[in-house]
Each structure stands twice: as structure tokens, then as C-alpha cells.
Design a protein around this ligand. Structure first.
Ligand code: C5P
Length: 212
């Protein structure tokens, strides 16, 4: 097992950008685990399925083609909403677990971002960050990102989405979004992405020093 960096946190906290930049810095592969749940939700809907149909969602998760994670459709607002619905199903989470755990075994290390990486997928991770920010700041960031992709959405709608998603992800019984006991909390509310990355890098450097 290489050096595993787990970056958890809620939607639009900055965790994805931080994970990507850490991966570039250390030359590690990065997995955005949210894309797995998004891809399941998108395919379920494309097959005419219903988000309340756990069995259908599970069949999709068991046969997920990792190539579909590249599909731009998985980055839409609707995909995020669908993802958090299917992510509440235990058999869906189980079906996606092996892929994530296998990814985590790569040498010399990996970065994985999500909600339950430091708690469930890789509890043995060498560095654990929990990246967060106020709902309002996260809504502003996500609104800019989605309108930049050409989606017609209001800030208020995005803020409402974020609140619903935080609640659903934190309240579910299987692998809820919680801060691992040994994770370092990074609140990026008052930080731009460069400062947030710098703070994250220092947290990881400390963990690397402890492992060396
Ligand atoms: O990170 P992202 O916003 O793309 O995640 C979409 C949804 O996927 C989250 O709201 C959450 O419900 C689910 N998810 C999860 N566990 C992860 C990553 C994402 O349950 N490790």
C-alpha cells in the first residue's frame, strides 16, 4: 500500500481541486469518488429508471463502466442530486467499494476525495483532510461553476440543493458524511483556492514527515 491521502467534505468545499492539486504535486493518481455515484445516477435515469428503485441502482453500480466517469453529463446539477439519492443505498455503496479500495492500493500513493474515504474506504489512510466551508460560500462557488458550464440556475436554487444534500449525506445510516477522528479539519470559507491548497499541502507534509 502506498501513501494514501483521503480528502473528504461536502459539495463545493474545494476538496476536488485540493485533491487534484495534491495529486499533481506528488505525482499520484487521483479518484473523485463522487463521480462513481454520479455515473450510477445518470445511467439509472438514462435507462428510464426511478431514483427510488434500489435494485435498479444496484444493478447499474455492479456493472458500472469506469469510462463513463469522463462523461460531462456526470458533472451537472441533476447528476449531483441523483448521486446523493443512490449513494444512500447500502448495496450501491458495496458495489462501488471494491473499485475504490483497489484504486487505493496503487504505489507510490493515491489521492481520493469523497465523503467516507477516511472513515470507510481507507480508514488506514496516511493523511486525512476534511475540507468544508459555509453553505453560502459553497453555493457561490458551485453556482459559478455550473453557470460557467452553461447551466441556467439561480444561486438560491444551488444553496437549497447544497442544504438538502448536506442533510441527506450526513443523515444516511450507511457511511454518513462525518469527520474521521484522526482527520484534520480545513475550513476554506475565508480562503481562496491557493491558500486552501497551501494549507492542505502543509497538513499532508506533516503526515509524510510522521510516516518517514
Ligand atoms: O462529491 P460530489 O458532490 O460529486 O458527490 C455527489 C454525491 O455522491 C454526494 O452528495 C454523496 O451523496 C455521494 N458521495 C458519497 N460518497 C462519496 C462520494 C460521493 O456518498 N465518497
Amino acid at each position: 500500500m502506498g501513501f494514501v491521502i483521503a480528502v473528504d467534505g461536502p459539495a463545493a468545499s474545494g476538496k476536488g481541486t485540493i485533491a487534484t492539486r495534491l495529486a499533481a504535486l506528488y505525482g499520484y493518481p487521483v479518484l473523485d469518488s463522487g463521480l462513481l455515484y454520479r455515473a450510477v445516477g445518470v445511467r439509472l435515469l438514462a435507462e428510464g429508471g426511478d431514483l427510488s428503485d434500489m435494485d435498479h441502482a444496484t444493478r447499474v453500480a455492479k456493472t458500472l463502466d469506469p469510462a463513463t466517469l469522463e462523461n460531462p453529463e456526470v458533472r451537472t446539477r441533476a447528476a449531483g442530486e441523483a448521486a446523493s439519492r443512490v449513494a444512500a443505498y447500502t448495496p450501491v455503496r458495496e458495489a462501488l467499494r471494491a473499485f475504490q479500495r483497489t484504486f487505493a492500493t496503487q504505489e507510490p500513493g493515491v489521492v481520493i476525495d469523497g465523503r467516507d474515504i477516511g472513515t470507510v474506504i481507507a480508514p488506514q489512510a496516511d493523511a486525512k483532510l476534511f475540507v468544508t466551508a459555509s453553505p453560502e460560500v459553497r453555493a457561490t462557488r458551485r453556482w459559478k461553476q455550473l453557470t460557467g458550464q452553461g447551466e441556467q440556475v439561480t444561486y438560491e436554487d444551488i444553496l437549497a440543493d447544497i442544504r438538502i444534500r448536506d442533510e441527506r449525506d450526513s443523515a444516511r445510516s450507511d457511511s454518513p458524511m462525518v469527520i474521521a477522528d484522526d482527520a484534520v479539519l480545513l475550513d476554506t470559507t475565508e480562503m481562496d483556492i491557493d491558500r486552501a491548497f497551501d494549507a492542505a499541502r502543509r497538513i499532508v507534509e506533516t503526515a509524510r514527515g510522521q510516516k518517514a
